[in-house]
Design a protein around this ligand. Structure first.
Ligand code: ADP
Length: 231
């Protein structure tokens, strides 16, 4: 495809995805605040629940905007700003601090030993945040999320696995594509732009690494990331 056509196509895809993804949380924020304001009797009883929904929807909006900014940087080849070697645990702590979730429903099992990763710490945080967020989002029944790491010569291998709804054989080859979302009730309820795994794979590639997904519908998913210790 010609570059100009590619840009045109990207623009069209962005406009349709973004307008849907912007409208849904905005409609929820507006509805819940209006309900509280117009029904003072609900205030005492429902305030906490409604404000939590408003907060979650605002988070969803800011995540979308961050993803869009990262996509522009992917397209411009400007994903990495600095490179250092840091403990994987430090990266995971930062990633987890950015996700709001119920740690009782979703215990995070870590077997990371003293593994280190090499790269841009901000992008590595985005990478693992995306994978853990998906693991939670696509496990509506709850359940542990496991993060396991091992070091192999000059590579760090990190696996993120869940026991959620999984990915069907038909969807698996496409999940890293821009805007691709497998259809399911869980996916439509949770929302999403289909940009997360596209960005995730771009981050891994910019570090000279690889990412693979293994899954069966209904049996959870495992994402394996291999990162060279020094590219
Ligand atoms: P989003 O979550 O915004 O839809 P992603 O690019 O992060 O977009 O993921 C693309 C698709 O891959 C999702 O819509 C979902 O169908 C599938 N997917 C990703 N991670 C998982 C997972 N851990 N379990 C099941 N399906 C997943």
């Amino acid at each position: 495809m010609r570059r100009i056509d590619e840009i045109e196509q990207l623009k069209n895809e962005l406009v349709s995805t973004v307008s849907h993804e912007l409208k849904t949380p905005l409609a929820a924020i507006k509805a819940y605040t209006a309900t509280l304001r117009q029904n003072p009797e609900l205030y005492a009883e429902k305030r906490e629940e409604y404000l939590r929904i408003v907060e979650e929807q605002a988070d969803r909006l800011s995540r979308l905007i961050e993803d869009l900014l990262l996509v522009t940087r992917v397209e411009a080849g400007q994903l990495l700003r600095r490179r250092t070697t840091i403990p994987l645990d430090a990266v995971l702590d930062e990633a987890l601090a950015e996700i709001h979730f119920d740690t009782k429903r979703y215990p995070i099992e870590r077997e990371t030993a003293a593994a280190t990763v090499s790269g841009d710490p901000d992008r590595l945080r985005d990478l693992f945040r995306n994978l853990i967020e998906n693991a939670i989002k696509y496990s509506p029944e709850g359940g542990p999320i496991a993060v396991r790491a091992r070091e192999k010569e000059d590579t760090t291998v990190v696996e993120v696995s869940d026991s959620g709804i999984g990915i069907s054989e038909g969807d698996l080859p496409y999940i890293f594509e821009r805007f691709y979302r497998a259809e399911s009730e869980v996916a439509s309820a949770a929302g999403g732009s289909g940009l997360g795994l596209y960005i995730t794979r771009a981050i891994v590639r910019a570090h000279g690494g690889t990412i693979e997904a293994r899954s069966e519908a209904g049996r959870g998913a495992t994402f394996t990331v291999c990162l060279p210790k020094r590219a």
